[in-house]
Design a protein around this ligand. Structure first.
Ligand SMILES: Cc1cc2nc3c(=O)[nH]c(=O)nc-3n(C[C@H](O)[C@H](O)[C@H](O)COP(=O)(O)OP(=O)(O)OC[C@H]3O[C@@H](n4cnc5c(N)ncnc54)[C@H](O)[C@@H]3O)c2cc1C
Length: 417
């Protein structure tokens, strides 16, 4: 079934009875060429690109709950390519380009909206840092514009520009940045992978990884053993636990990140606005809700819910930046489990086990990475060589210290990245 304007019209006139399921619900087979553990954005994108680019279709994606129930359905949907460091810079540039063709590629409306992202600055020092970052982004071939206070007053009139502690002096704008609807990304990728023959198996928890003589042989699951020639681990906040099944100790800590949404209001915020000094960022969803969040909860946990002190901190920061927000009622808050690395940058690599691959460490920025990570991880699994855009995402950089990509400059504290 292909989506088109004609199809929607036709279905609308005939009672919407002709829509079919977007993906099948197959029973797991006893053996696959490739098993992907984790049906989040990255796992589904990996399966999709394995099938699309490499013609590999005897693949199962094993998801312990339902697809989209993890971070990919819990994030604040920001998509951007405004990183400054080699490694991250080329990877996120690659990912943003994939986003720009994703809807046509999937024949699915993921509501990708390039409404622009603005990172505010409040001091001369921060302005210099943003000018440097903007130049790095432009050198990479992506867009960045340094805006002054007057430019911003026209674009974001609702901000409190004269906050005593953090007066707004300007911002770094990336016009191609924006948002996408997270659930639709999951559904579109699942549909695309399924159409190419990939089995998406939900309610199937991986409980063990079978290894013989240093080579992966398959996985144990809550629905029985499944043999596989190659296995990819893509489980975000659960990376440490699943990698431990293969005897690995990852340089990852799992931390909680919360987000919030208000009742729907009339269109008020046209862009994504990030207030880094206050640990606050905000955008407005297509339904009208103000979607916002802040920093990690600052303690390691596997619970996908947060705590009150961070909630209070985020609300305070929001009120400091745009006092009018105080009139909107918060409808919901939720949390997700972040796989934090010591340098805040991800890992896409082989492991010490032949045929076992790992993709993790996306911290709180992995939604924008979904197509890029899927493409690069699929390339690694299919060809045994790293994709050029992800060649620096090596696991051993944490052992050797060579090639660290500490974008925030905060050192090896997982919870500060
Ligand atoms: C509140 C919040 C806001 C965020 N905002 C942004 C943002 O604005 N922009 C951005 O780029 N990123 C953002 N992120 C980060 C982003 O959501 C994550 O980095 C990204 O979604 C992680 O990759 P994933 O989609 O594959 O993870 P997940 O969706 O978590 O997928 C992993 C899957 O693995 C499954 N799994 C785990 N263990 C097993 C097992 N043993 N067997 C089988 N399956 C298993 C899980 O159930 C889960 O479905 C945010 C995250 C949160 C929580």
């Amino acid at each position: 079934m292909r989506f088109s304007a004609l199809k929607i019209l036709q279905q609308g006139l005939t009672g919407n009875k002709g829509w079919t399921h977007h993906w099948r619900d197959p029973q797991p087979k006893s053996e696959y060429d490739i098993v992907i553990i984790g049906g989040g954005g990255h796992g589904l994108a990996t399966a999709y690109y394995l099938a699309k680019r490499h013609g590999l279709t005897n693949i199962a994606v094993l998801e312990k709950g339902y697809i989209g129930g993890g971070n990919v359905g819990r994030n604040t949907t920001i998509v951007r390519a405004n990183y400054g460091m080699p490694g991250n810079s080329e990877f996120y540039s690659h990912s943003l380009k994939l986003w720009e063709g994703l809807e046509q590629d999937l024949n699915y409306n993921v509501m990708h909206s390039q409404r622009g992202i603005i990172n505010l600055f409040h001091s001369d020092g921060q302005r210099d840092a943003f000018a440097w970052r903007g130049n790095a982004i432009r050198n990479q071939g992506d867009d960045a514009e340094l805006l002054d206070r007057n430019d911003l007053r026209k674009m974001l009139p609702y901000l409190n520009f004269d906050n005593a502690r953090f007066p707004v002096r300007g911002g770094l704008l990336q016009r191609r940045g924006g948002t996408a609807r997270h659930d639709a990304v999951v559904w579109g990728l699942a549909r695309g992978a399924d159409q190419r023959g990939v089995d998406i198996i939900q309610n199937c928890e991986v409980t063990g990884i079978d290894i013989e003589n240093g080579k992966v042989k398959g996985v144990q699951t809550s629905r029985g053993a499944i043999r596989a020639k190659k296995v990819g681990i893509v489980v975000a906040g659960r990376s440490g636990q699943v990698a431990a099944m293969a005897g690995m100790r990852l340089p990852i800590e799992s931390h909680i990140l919360q987000a919030f949404v208000t009742e729907g209001i009339k269109p008020a915020i046209d862009h994504v606005v990030s207030f880094g000094m206050g640990h606050f960022y905000i955008s407005q969803s297509d339904k009208g809700g103000l979607v916002f969040g802040g920093d990690l909860d600052f303690y390691a946990s596997y619970a996908s819910r947060g705590n009150l002190p961070m909630m209070e901190h985020v609300m305070e920061a929001g009120m400091a930046l745009m006092p009018a927000i105080g009139k909107a009622k918060v409808l919901r808050s939720w949390g997700g489990i972040m796989d934090m690395t010591p340098d805040g940058s991800p890992i896409i690599d082989k492991t010490h086990v032949d045929g076992l691959f790992i993709d993790c460490g996306w911290c709180y920025g992995g939604f924008k990475a979904v197509p890029g990570s899927g493409d690069c991880f699929a390339h690694l699994i299919a060809t045994d060589t790293p994709h050029p855009a992800a060649a620096r995402f090596r696991l051993d950089r944490f052992k050797t210290g060579v090639g660290l990509m500490d974008e925030e400059g905060t050192g090896s504290q997982h919870n500060l990245h």
